[in-house]
Design a protein around this ligand. Structure first.
Ligand code: 13P
Length: 247
C-alpha cells in the first residue's frame, strides 16, 4: 500500500511562514524523490494561499478539523464542503488536541467524519491513549473505544485513514517503541475489519507522535504502519521531505 505522509502544521506560522514552507515543499517535490503520497494540513486562514502555492505539485491539501453540519449557524466553525471547495482532499478529525481543548467526543468525531465523507473528503480519524491510560494498562481499551466510537460504520474502507497518536508522544520527543506501535496498529486493523469488513485491509493506519527524520524509517517499516502524521518536523520542508523519503 502506498504510504501517506501527512504534515499537521497545527496553529503555527503567519503568512510568510506558510508561503515559505509551501514553496520549499514544492521545490523538493520537483526533485521527485519520494514515492509516498504527501499531504499538508495548514491552519485554516492559510489554506487558500497554500493551495495556490502547491498548485502543480503532487502535494495534497487537508484541513485540521471540520464541523459535523454542511452549513449553518456555527460561528467560528468550518464546514467540510468549504474545505472541499478550497481544494482540500483530506481532513484531520478528532486530534487529541481537539479532544482536549474542545472536549470533542467520539460521537462528535464520527459526525464530522460522516460530514467529511459526504463532502468528498477523506477523514483522518485520530485515536490515542494518554500516558496515564497506558501506565494503567488501558491503552488498547481506550483505542478500541475511540475507534468503535469515531469511525462511521459501514463506510467504504478505501475512503478512510486512521492515525494512532499516543498523546504522551506528541511534541515530547518520545516515540512509542516499534513493538508498541505494531501492537496498537494490528489491533486497530482488527477493529476496522469488524467495523467495515475485509476492505479494512486497505485502510491506511498512520503513526504520529514525535516522528523525525532520524526515527521515521524504523517506524515506517513496521507491520501495519502505512504512513505518518507529522507535527513539529512538518514545519521544516527539509525534515518533512526527509521523512517522506524514508517511506
Ligand atoms: P509531533 O510530531 O510534533 O509530535 O506532533 C504529532 C501530531 O500531533 C501530529 O498530528
Amino acid at each position: 500500500m502506498r504510504a501517506l505522509i501527512a504534515g499537521n502544521w497545527k496553529m503555527n506560522g503567519l503568512t510568510e511562514d506558510a508561503k515559505a514552507l509551501a514553496a520549499g515543499l514544492k521545490a523538493l517535490d520537483g526533485q521527485g524523490e519520494s514515492s509516498a503520497e504527501l499531504l499538508v494540513c495548514p491552519p485554516f486562514p492559510y489554506l487558500g494561499l497554500v493551495a495556490q502555492q502547491l498548485a502543480g505539485s503532487r502535494i495534497a491539501l487537508g484541513g485540521q478539523d471540520c464541523h459535523g453540519a454542511a452549513a449553518g449557524a456555527h460561528t467560528g466553525d468550518t464546514a467540510a464542503p468549504m474545505l472541499r471547495d478550497i481544494g482540500c482532499s483530506y481532513v484531520i478529525l478528532g486530534h487529541s488536541e481537539r479532544r482536549a481543548d474542545h472536549g470533542e467526543t467520539d460521537v462528535q468525531v464520527r459526525g464530522k467524519a460522516e460530514s467529511a465523507l459526504a463532502a468528498g473528503l477523506v477523514p483522518i480519524v485520530c485515536v490515542g491513549e494518554t500516558e496515564q491510560e497506558r501506565n494503567a494498562g488501558q491503552a488498547l481499551n481506550v483505542i478500541a473505544r475511540q475507534v468503535k466510537g469515531s469511525v462511521p460504520a459501514g463506510m467504504e474502507a478505501e475512503r478512510l485513514v486512521v492515525a494512532y497518536e499516543p498523546v504522551w508522544a506528541i511534541g515530547t520527543g518520545r516515540t512509542a517503541t516499534p513493538a508498541d506501535v505494531v501492537e496498537v496498529h494490528t489491533e486497530i486493523r482488527r477493529l476496522l475489519v469488524g467495523l467495515v469488513g475485509e476492505g479494512a485491509q486497505s485502510v491506511r493506519i498512520l503513526y504520529g507522535g514525535s516522528v523525525k527524520p532520524d526515527n521515521a524509517a524504523e517506524l515506517l517499516s513496521q507491520a501495519n504502519v502505512d504512513g505518518a502524521l507529522v507535527g513539529g518536523a512538518s514545519l521544516k520542508a527539509e525534515d518533512f521531505w526527509a521523512i517522506a523519503r524514508s517511506a
